[in-house]
Design a protein around this ligand. Structure first.
Ligand code: NAD
Length: 484
């Protein structure tokens, strides 16, 4: 692996090499080595927590303007480098270049949004119910925040955790997913050069099973914000039970899209295509189960199948393609295994073929499991690939019941032109986010994000909700006549 770019952890502003290495491989071209991650162990993680802890006293007392300026500068650089960073992200993760560039721009928007949030008032001055006493409710930073992220949004998810953490005066230890160290490294480099004092933002490249317990269990850590699988998230929650630290989890999704006979068929097909196969279906908000009422089922499946046949799959950085590869061999094996199980449980599989590209990569065509029941395995577990299934139901009432059968209620959608159906669905869906005539995936950064059931734990992320997790509230009472 000599000659490749080596990425290291960053602790207290210094590059720190680890004792192990992991290749960062392009899933569109397995002969293309993007970089080599130098993986640290528990001592690197402990040092990063110590550096963040030491930096907290100063950073937490910076003015909102100082924090806003850093975030704003970082956002400006990210936008200026959107082409290059988008290319890196597409190369490393495998979503198409337009999707990857869009994600980079989103990260910049998040930086700038939280630069503004830092400047907004978050406290309150109130009258007491007792005469003459003044009350203030202030928001204070929590302390050292561990940020642990998945591979499917290599820059946007880190941005939407790190930006509010810094905006509210916390210091950060950031551990990205093993598959996408390069995008993470660039984000940290940009923020540090934008003016963060050493130790405020630390990067730990290391295996989750090794460094994770330090980042979630060190007594100097005050909060953990995690996005990833239900299994890992549950482990973190169980491990933190005795320590009382704040834990925010955004986990898996099993997202239904309801299509009724009152839907505009073209809109419904497009919502399913974008929601199910955008970013190669590797989104927690991906449309996964298509719940279709009897009257439109066959026409919808025919139209969707035709559209899937025209969907091009190839190298993420080739212009004009619709879908890049699956992220790695184990995810590809998981996708194929769910399709095999669906077939064994009686579904007819449309698409879902391994295909060759110009280079060797993890290419899979979009897949649709037709004729499934809501209780089938494929409709209960998260696939996390370009795989959707169809469940035929008699009417809207049955559709709502099927949509609400999910236990990972992150996002749910309905395609209908009937206002009464749309309103009823918005009111009665069990999901944390509801989309009407829109794909289940695709959200804004200035409003709360999160699911229900097994999908989320703790306060919502993003936008107006971020203040809840990244600050702690203090209520102060002042007696009359106290020195001002
Ligand atoms: P994962 O759970 O395997 O890994 C997530 C992160 O946790 C990685 O950085 C990993 O290294 C780390 N990790 C692993 N073991 C750990 C441990 N013991 N302690 C601490 N950290 C540990 O998930 P993934 O495969 O990277 O991502 C895919 C999953 O993420 C899917 O389930 C998807 O639905 C979910 N996801 C959820 C959202 C959301 O907002 N709800 C968004 C994106 C992805």
């Amino acid at each position: 692996m000599s000659g490749s770019r080596v990425l290291t952890s960053v602790v207290g502003g210094q590059a720190v090499a680890g004792s192990d290495e992991r290749p960062d491989v392009n899933p569109s071209d397995l002969s293309d080595l993007v970089a080599i991650a130098s993986l640290g162990g528990t001592s690197v993680a402990s040092d990063a927590v110590a550096a963040a802890s030491a930096a907290f006293a100063t950073w937490s007392r910076t003015t909102p303007w100082q924090r806003a300026e850093v975030l704003d500068r970082a956002g400006t650089e990210i936008i200026a480098r959107a082409d290059e960073l988008g290319d890196l992200l597409a190369r490393e993760e495998g979503k198409t270049y337009p999707e990857a560039r869009g994600e980079v721009v989103r990260a910049a928007q998040i930086m700038k949004y939280f630069a503004g949030v830092a400047l907004q008032p978050h406290g309150q001055a109130l009258d007491s119910v007792r005469p003459g006493i003044d009350i203030t409710v202030t928001r204070e930073p929590v302390g050292v925040v561990s940020v642990i992220t998945p591979w499917n949004f290599p820059i946007a998810i880190p941005a939407w955790k790190i930006a509010p953490a810094l905006a509210f005066g916390n210091t950060v230890v950031f551990k990205p997913a093993d598959l996408v160290p390069a995008s993470a490294w660039e984000l940290v480099d940009i923020l540090n050069r934008a003016g963060l004092p050493a130790g405020v933002l630390n990067l730990v490249l290391g295996r989750g099973s090794v460094v994770g317990p330090v980042l979630t269990g060190d007594p100097a850590v005050s909060a953990v914000t995690f996005t990833g699988s239900v299994e890992t998230g549950r482990g973190i929650l169980a491990g933190s039970a005795g320590s009382g630290i704040k834990v925010q989890l955004e986990l898996g999704g099993k997202n239904p899209l309801v299509v009724t006979e009152r839907a505009d068929l073209a809109v419904a097909v497009e919502c399913a295509m974008q929601g199910g196969f955008g970013s190669t279906g590797q989104r927690c908000t991906a449309s996964s189960i298509l719940v279709v009422t009897d009257g439109v089922h066959d026409a919808f499946v025919d139209a969707l199948t035709a559209r899937m046949g025209a969907w091009s799959v190839g190298d993420a950085r080739t212009g004009g393609i619709d879908m890049g590869p699956v992220v790695d061999a184990s995810q590809l094996a998981q996708d194929s295994s769910y399709l095999d199980t669906a077939r064994a449980e009686g579904a007819e599989i449309v698409g879902g073929k391994r295909v060759d590209g110009a280079t060797e990569g993890h290419y899979l065509t979009p897949a649709l499991a037709v004729g499934t029941s809501i209780t089938d395995t494929i409709n209960r577990e998260e696939v996390f690939g370009p795989v959707m299934s169809v469940v035929r139901v008699a009417d809207y009432a049955e559709a709502l019941a099927a949509a609400n059968a999910s236990t990972m209620n992150l996002s749910a959608g309905i395609c209908t032109a009937d206002l009464a159906e749309a309103s009823h669905f918005k009111r009665n869906s069990k999901a944390g986010m509801v989309m009407v005539n829109l794909p289940t995936a695709g959200v804004d950064f200035h409003v709360p994000f999160g699911g229900r059931g097994e999908s989320s734990h703790g306060p919502r992320e993003q936008g107006t909700a971020a203040v809840e997790f990244f600050t702690t509230s203090k209520t102060a009472y002042t007696a009359p006549g106290s020195p001002s």
